[in-house]
Design a protein around this ligand. Structure first.
Ligand code: GLP
Length: 273
């Protein structure tokens, strides 16, 4: 895992947005896996700005969201479809038919989940999956105990998650108890994963994810098995990492390497003879 620590949530979010933007520039018809929650909001705002002010082109991008609450229609302000439309899709030039969010009102959930998996494959698989993390270390809605090989399916939310998300619904009683979610296995099939965590409430979950054992009790720890994971943190989320200094050092060495590389490139481009 590559761990990148930023001084504050804003600069961490801009780094995450730039990471995504670089892929969109390099591969205009890329497939993005997207996340909801409060964490990616500033990242989406920056992507919208990059589109509106710098012409970042999303017209050929396809997206798949991680999850959706069971029972909520797309018009419900707390549905993840509504969240995505409001916070990103309506701000950029992505064609609506290129955006995929599981349907919380599907008639046959098993078939819907299988079809979602097939759609991801048919699109050529996810190039970059953006992830947040729950305070109990879950990714998407893969609550503690989820199989690390799981695929898209229905999950019952942990009580901790119901309590955490009650702030969006007004009361615990209004939080749906079930969700459709990509499985840990589905997420691990992405070519690259970008985990973004902000604030000290995520510090324990991040320490367990990055430095703890791989365990279904902390489903984000399964990312240790993936060959290409970037973790972008602010200082709060990084505050429980034991090897913090090492990660910071890796990044400064990386920067030096990039400087040497671009200096070499410039020298090679100079006038010949
Ligand atoms: C929910 C979502 C996750 C998200 C988590 C954290 O459980 N299903 O995808 O990572 O909340 O949310 P927040 O970013 O609001 O802390």
């Amino acid at each position: 895992m590559r761990v990148i620590i930023h001084p504050d949530p804003q600069s961490a979010s801009i780094r995450a947005a730039n990471w995504i933007a670089e892929l969109v520039r390099r591969k205009p018809a890329c497939v993005l896996g997207l996340a909801t929650g409060s964490t990616p909001i500033a990242t989406y705002r920056e992507l919208a700005r990059l589109h509106q002010e710098e012409g970042l082109d999303f017209s050929r991008v396809t997206t798949f969201n991680l999850d959706e609450y069971v029972g909520l229609p797309p018009t419900h302000p707390q549905s993840y479809r509504y969240f995505m439309d409001e916070n990103l899709f309506r701000e950029i030039d992505i064609p609506p038919q290129n955006t995929n969010v599981p349907d919380g009102r599907a008639l046959d959930f098993e078939r819907h989940c299988e079809a979602y998996e097939r759609q991801i494959k048919a699109a050529g698989n996810i190039d970059l999956q953006l992830l947040g993390i729950g305070v109990d270390g879950h990714i998407a809605f893969n609550e503690p105990g989820s199989s690390l090989g799981s695929r898209t399916r229905i999950k019952t939310l942990a009580w901790q998650t119901v309590q955490d998300n009650a702030r969006f619904f007004g009361s615990e009683a209004d939080v749906p108890r079930m969700a459709i979610t990509m499985g840990v296995g589905t997420i691990l099939d992405s070519r690259q994963c970008l985990l973004l965590a902000l604030g000290s409430s995520k510090a324990d979950a991040i320490a367990a994810t990055v430095e703890g054992p791989v365990t279904a009790q902390v489903t984000a720890s399964a990312l240790q098995l993936h060959r290409d994971v970037v973790v972008i943190l602010d200082e709060g989320a990084a505050s429980q990492l034991k090897r913090r200094e090492y990660y910071v050092n890796v990044e400064s060495v990386q920067r030096e390497l990039e400087n040497v590389r671009s200096a070499n490139q410039k020298n090679n481009q100079g006038p010949v003879g």
